[in-house]
Design a protein around this ligand. Structure first.
Ligand code: GLU
Length: 448
């Protein structure tokens, strides 16, 4: 892909040459720069101060080995990362992912995306991401605890409530956050809000667990309403069955939709009567089983092996909530030909660039993850506020604030797209508005 603006092309060419072995990172940057040409043309300072080149690279990249002892007494080695991408708008903020697919490219793409997502919330947060290629799946509680402690033995020196505030992501839920927070507190001898997604009794925020899924639906509802529609009576596919997917199911079901299919990395379940989020929660969070067991609890459901097949299920709305690049061109075309009208992204960068093109070219509503999945980090921001003032807010107060933030993100994206002649293009709006915010802060702070 090449851009209209020559400076953007030169930045992208440099990145391609330098990071040829980091495809996810290059994909995220390229997607972000695509609608920016008219914005760059409008102010010579962006090129003069190399704002885009400086914004694209992380401010700091931390890599470290993580050694831990398994239940057999064998010493195991994994690789840890923390990518501190941008502190232009606040302390680095973003989750930790524990998954075998984690590598430097994946970490850098996630940290890059996080910066722009976080700024859309309008809360004072920079962007970062971290994690490890450790797989919590199939590990005992003791092994997970020892791994988390070993990971924190290094990470603790790089984070803090005013420096960098990690949270959860794929493979890092309430259990892992507890072990990480416990070790952090021990090492620092300080009780601070340096990690979010904490359990309620330990300084967590009500609604944080539900926030990404709920936020996705609040965003989707605002987008649909702008087009005279709603979730009422819609058939929805939600890929994944983790935290985002589970609570997206709860909220859109409450809004009158029927979730006809959900998945995990092995396969998917279909039920025209609707997939029950409470059973998914029980299978995944309490029993830590595979989704293939769902029909044992709900006999009307059918399990199909192979997760990619979920996109062949006819639906009105697709909400990918599993992982990056889970919708390729073929899946996108299947969705379109089966009558799907909207794709709202819940996982980070779930659609390949070609899939996005196919979705938009067919006139579907399309929301990029940095806008529609910002609810999780938004409530993390609210958790930081509550920790700072040593107070807890009610579920209703946090939920209302989350809804307001998501509706505001939609409005900012839609209005900015219109202002720059790309009416209706929420992807362009999200990238332009978040670029402007980070760029303005960088211009104001000088060449640091
Ligand atoms: N991992 C989530 C995300 O991708 C949440 C990050 C956070 O709460 O800091 O936005």
């Amino acid at each position: 892909m090449s851009f209209q603006n020559a400076y953007l092309n030169s930045v992208m060419d440099d990145l391609r040459a330098r990071y040829a072995h980091e495809p996810e990172y290059l994909q995220a940057v390229e997607e972000f720069l695509e609608p920016l040409s008219p914005v760059i043309d409008s102010d010579p300072r962006y090129e003069q101060q190399n704002i885009v080149g400086r914004m694209a690279e992380p401010e700091r990249l931390i890599c470290f080995p993580v050694s831990w002892v398994d239940d057999q007494g064998k010493t195991r080695l994994n690789h840890g990362f923390r990518v501190q991408h941008s502190s232009a708008l606040g302390p680095y903020k973003g989750g930790l992912r524990f998954h075998p697919s984690v590598n430097q490219s994946v970490m850098k793409f996630l940290a890059f995306e996080q910066t722009f997502k976080d700024c859309l919330t309008t809360l004072p947060m920079g962007g970062g991401k971290g994690g490890s290629d450790f797989d919590p799946k199939g590990k005992s509680d003791g092994e997970v605890m020892r791994f988390c402690q070993a990971f924190m033995n290094e990470l603790y020196r790089h984070i803090g409530e005013n420096t960098d505030v990690p949270a959860g992501d794929i493979g890092v839920g309430c259990r892992e956050i507890g072990y990480l927070f416990g070790r952090y507190k021990k090492l620092k001898n300080q009780w601070t809000g340096a990690i979010t997604g904490k359990s309620l009794a330990s300084g967590g925020s009500l609604t944080r667990t539900e926030a990404t899924g709920f936020g996705l639906c609040y965003f989707g509802a605002a987008y649909l309403a702008d087009h005279g529609q709603s979730f009422q009576g819609k058939k929805v596919i939600i890929s994944g069955s983790g935290n985002v997917a589970t609570y997206a199911n709860q909220k859109c079901t409450e809004m009158g939709a029927t979730v006809v299919a959900m998945s995990d990395s092995n396969g998917y379940v279909v039920d025209e009567n609707g997939i029950d989020f409470r059973i998914i929660q029980q299978i995944k969070e309490q029993k830590r089983e595979r989704i293939s067991t769902y029909p044992n609890y709900v006999p009307t459901a059918k399990y199909v092996e192979g997760c990619a097949g979920i996109w062949s299920v006819p639906c009105d709305i697709a909400m990918p909530c599993a992982t990056q690049n889970e919708i390729d061109t073929d899946s996108a075309k299947l969705l379109v030909s089966n009558g799907c009208k909207a794709v709202f992204e819940g996982s980070n960068m779930p659609c390949t660039p070609e899939a996005i093109q196919a979705i938009k070219a067919s006139g579907l509503l399309y929301s990029p993850s940095k806008a529609s999945n910002a609810g999780g980090v938004a409530v993390s921001g609210l958790e930081m506020s509550q920790n700072s003032e040593r107070l807890y807010w009610t579920f209703e107060a946090v939920d209302a604030k989350l809804k307001e933030i998501m509706e505001n993100i939609y409005r900012q994206c839609a209005d900015t797209a219109a202002k720059y002649g790309q009416e209706g293009d929420i992807q362009a709006g999200a990238n332009i508005v978040s670029f402007l915010k980070v760029a303005d802060a960088m211009l104001w702070q000088g060449v640091y």
